[in-house]
Ligand binder design. Structure first.
Ligand SMILES: *Cc1c(COP(=O)(O)O)cnc(C)c1O
Length: 493
């Protein structure tokens, strides 16, 4: 059922293009090897590793050869600080072309009033968004108050006042153990040093977002920024409700859709589950479910557009022109009908994976999923997340450990494993294959036993796998992976 979408998007045009891509990669590796053969070798090894492992990391995917090849060009050499048509460097006409295309595709794809394609990553996109919101909500009114046109006109004293205002604003975001992200105001990240942050959690019984609690927290804390979005919450969010809460307390609603942008692009999340019509500012990565190059993107309403447009020099230096070109290619792919099929398959496959776990008596945070990820509580297997992650990796299943709400094992060992379906869905895995994946995972975890420490306690890190489980899991995954090759037709010589 996923055949046509994978062939088209992996190697657009089918086998002829696959053959051309093979030629391109073989030639590129030869050129690289002429300077540093070890890099060429590692690059080959990486393809082999990606082809031969069950990649279930929720934030990863496989971009098409068209996207990947676009990144390896001389656009990398060009400085282009500024914005389209308004650069601080000469000779940016071709960068203008690709940046304008990336922004246009993003606006059309997401139905956004404005798109900014320069952020280098998700964290950069969030920094651009934070400082744009601060510029719009705090800096502009202060300049007006001081009767200045720009910050350079301010006296030393007024500037000091403004800096203190900028640095003392409030942000309300989802707590880390409910699935929020470090960049949403947590202390180890710069966002937590910039903002006075509080977080909202999920219902301790159901694990679901409780909008009444969010509203109560917002009324009490009165944040300048209400941030929605997650990297480990297995459910959809109602953004109309989030906007209502933001409006009630005068907050700017920012949505970080880094994880689920592909589901928005593919129209799986529509209506109140689509953040774009409700948020003032939306940020995303381009390399997760959106399946583009590593990078970030900011979408905004007309109101916030002028401040987002100042991302450089506010937060960024020169944009990565080669990556903006690749964003334009990836977003063009995401506008094709096949991408909507792909996105629906991501969600259907996550359902199947969740059902596969539940049928085998495994415990899931929130009891299931309705997006692209599944959070398995491995305490039922007597393991920590760290042990489960390592045992699965030994058996060729690549995942990452993750906290669960009120995690007794803390953020390092954790009690959860996060699974995502975007990458294997790109390879063409369907519902049956994901049910088989659930079976393999449960087999590995049921056959993993924590070791005892020297003083007789249960270790949180070391474990022993039962005989034969690694071999049988690897054989079963190889069978699945062979049926759905990564980059079919692409052959390195
Ligand atoms: C992945 C992620 C980011 C960071 O993206 P990078 O490209 O790794 O900087 C930011 N926010 C959320 C919600 C994410 O999931």
């Amino acid at each position: 059922m996923t055949e046509s979408t994978t062939v088209n998007t992996q190697v657009s045009g089918g086998n002829d293009v696959a053959a051309t891509a093979s030629t391109a990669y073989n030639a590129a590796l030869e050129v690289i090897a002429s300077v540093e053969p070890r890099v060429a070798e590692a690059t080959r090894d990486e393809l082999a590793d990606q082809r031969s492992s069950l990649k279930l990391i929720a934030s990863e995917n496989y971009a098409s050869p068209a996207v990947l090849l676009t990144m390896g060009t001389w656009f990398s050499d060009k400085y282009a600080e500024g914005t389209v048509g308004h650069r601080f460097y000469a000779g940016c006409q071709n960068v203008d072309t690709v940046e304008a295309l990336a922004a246009e595709h993003a606006r059309e794809l997401f139905g956004a009033e404005y798109a900014y394609a320069q952020p280098h990553s998700g964290i950069d996109a969030n920094l651009v968004a934070f400082w744009s919101i601060l510029a719009h909500r705090v800096e502009s009114p202060a300049l007006e108050r001081f009767g200045a046109k720009n910050v350079n006109e301010l006296s030393e004293e007024d500037w000091e006042t403004l800096r203190h205002e900028l640095g003392n604003q409030r942000m309300l975001g989802m707590s880390l153990d409910a699935g929020g992200h470090l960049t949403h105001g947590f202390r180890p990240n710069i966002s937590g040093k910039m903002f006075h942050q509080r977080s909202y959690g999920t219902d301790p019984e159901t694990g679901l977002l409780d909008y009444d609690r969010v509203a109560a927290a917002a009324r009490e804390f009165k944040p300048l920024v209400l941030i929605a979005g997650y990297s480990a919450y297995p459910r959809r969010v109602n953004f109309a409700k989030m906007r209502e809460i933001a409006d009630e307390v005068g907050a700017t609603l920012m949505v970080d859709m880094a994880h689920f942008a592909g589901l928005v692009a593919g129209k799986v999340f529509t209506g109140e589950e689509n953040p774009v019509p409700y948020a003032h500012v939306v940020t995303t990565t381009t390399h997760k479910s959106l399946r583009g190059p590593r990078g970030g993107l900011v979408l905004a309403t007309e109101e916030y557009a002028p401040s987002v447009d100042r991302g450089c020099p506010m937060v960024l230096g020169g944009p990565l022109s080669h990556v903006m070109a690749a964003k334009a290619v990836a977003l063009a792919e995401a506008r094709q009908p096949a991408f909507a099929t792909y996105a629906q398959n991501i969600a259907d496959n996550a359902q199947s994976l969740a059902e596969g776990f539940l049928q085998r008596d495994a415990r899931l945070v929130t009891g299931g999923t309705d997006n692209h990820l599944v959070l398995l509580d491995v305490s039922g297997f007597g393991l920590t997340g760290r042990q489960a992650e390592s045992a699965l990796l030994d058996a060729g299943v690549v995942t990452n450990r993750n906290s669960v709400p009120a995690d007794p094992n803390g953020a390092w060992y954790t009690s959860g494993i996060r699974f995502g379906t975007p990458a294997l869905t790109t390879r063409g895995f369907g519902r049956d294959e994901f049910d088989r994946v659930a079976e393999l995972v449960v087999d590995v975890l049921s056959n993993t036993t924590p070791n005892l420490t020297k003083d007789g306690r249960t270790s949180k890190a070391s474990y022993t796998l039962a005989d034969g489980v690694v071999e049988r899991t690897k054989a079963a995954s190889a069978e699945l992976l062979d049926k759905h090759p990564l980059y079919p037709g692409l052959e390195l010589t």
